[in-house]
Design a protein around this ligand. Sequence first.
Ligand SMILES: Cc1cc2nc3c(=O)[nH]c(=O)nc-3n(C[C@H](O)[C@H](O)[C@H](O)COP(=O)(O)OP(=O)(O)OC[C@H]3O[C@@H](n4cnc5c(N)ncnc54)[C@H](O)[C@@H]3O)c2cc1C
Length: 405
Amino acid sequence: MKIVAIGGGAAGFFGAIAAAEASPHAQVTLLEASPQVLAKVRISGGGRCNVTHACFDPTALVQYYPRGGKALRGSFARFQPHDTVAWFESRGVALKTEPDGRMFPTTDDSATIVDCLVHTAQRAGVQVATGAAATEVIPSASGFTVQLKGGKTIGCDRLFLATGSHPLGYRLAASLGHQLVPPVPSLFTFNISDPRLAALAGVSVPLVRVKLLVEGQKPLEQEGPLLITHWGASGPAVLKLSAWGARLLYDARYRAAIQVNWLPALKVEVLRGVLLRVKEEWARKAISKHCPVALPQRLWQRLVESVGIDPELRWADLSKKALNLLLLELTQGQFEIRGKGIFKDEFVTCGGIPLAEVNFKTMESRCCPGLYFAGEILDVDGVTGGFNFQNAWTTGWIAGQAMGG
Ligand SMILES: Cc1cc2nc3c(=O)[nH]c(=O)nc-3n(C[C@H](O)[C@H](O)[C@H](O)COP(=O)(O)OP(=O)(O)OC[C@H]3O[C@@H](n4cnc5c(N)ncnc54)[C@H](O)[C@@H]3O)c2cc1C
């Protein structure tokens, strides 16, 4: 049996290896358009490769996927982060877990993962061709003929499309009868130009609650750390919102607003009590210089000034009206989003092959028998933290088992 995998990324490698290992007599060829395989793995996780996430309960795991979680529920019952860890460990690569659950190779070097995949593919007999872009696929009586850039063709019984978010991959899928959910970016930072954040780049707050407000839409809400950048806001709370709101934001041309509660651990009335108490206890101290809550001093100062409180005003002289304004700023401050930025550690595309057109038990197309999919080409994407690679490993492994079986 001949299997051709198109796309030498995480999903393509995992699927090709699984197929070759499941069926040692199969001839598996992996085609990669660029000169180098596994380019995204190499740059992933800031060069460390966040391989997966230490979440070993499939029901909990699917909650991290804004799109595709439901379809992946059964897939994770078959191959989940625990299996990813075992897969790499059995091939000599140990993974470690960071306090936030992200898992990396103990070497902190993505080259460890690249080398492992390349060597495993070699050992399994997968023929890897680089600089081999598939430009067309023609179904034939017994399978497919794949046309390569430069004119060569290659025939196969089973075809595996793992081309990530590359437009050519979408085109090949469409030519074989698939619809496409329009691809749009996910996992990005928010561009915000606001005097309250200016010159605070690098300041981070460990826990905020952020509400995304898009006109005419139900607000979305996420909690987590927030990082102020030169261009606006980043950090897990923002990135999670960018993923859950990816389509809404795209449709709104990235014109929206966020409402930030800088102190979500305190109920508003408790926070009011704190401010009233320090008004008594710190009566002679300047408000802007004496922050009574767990916020970076520079941010506190900026928020105090933004509601019109004089930097020299003492706590004793804080009026009831100004206290209420400060309370509002601390818990419901609104910031206009004026575009999206790039999160250099990870970004993905949502959209792609509609999930209803794929049998998730095998990853085989429901439109074109013998055609299989895995990875980012599917309308599946996760939040940041190793979930996108886990999708590639899981769907790649299932497709490989089915193609080789
Ligand atoms: C900067 C960055 C960092 C990231 N870090 C992480 C992380 O730490 N953890 C995490 O979980 N996720 C991370 N991601 C997301 C993750 O990299 C992707 O979700 C994952 O790589 C998808 O794998 P894939 O194999 O489906 O697609 P890809 O990795 O995109 O691979 C597809 C391959 O197919 C090739 N190809 C396309 N069309 C053709 C064709 N016609 N013929 C031949 N070859 C073709 C492409 O050249 C490409 O090599 C990161 C993404 C980026 C951009």
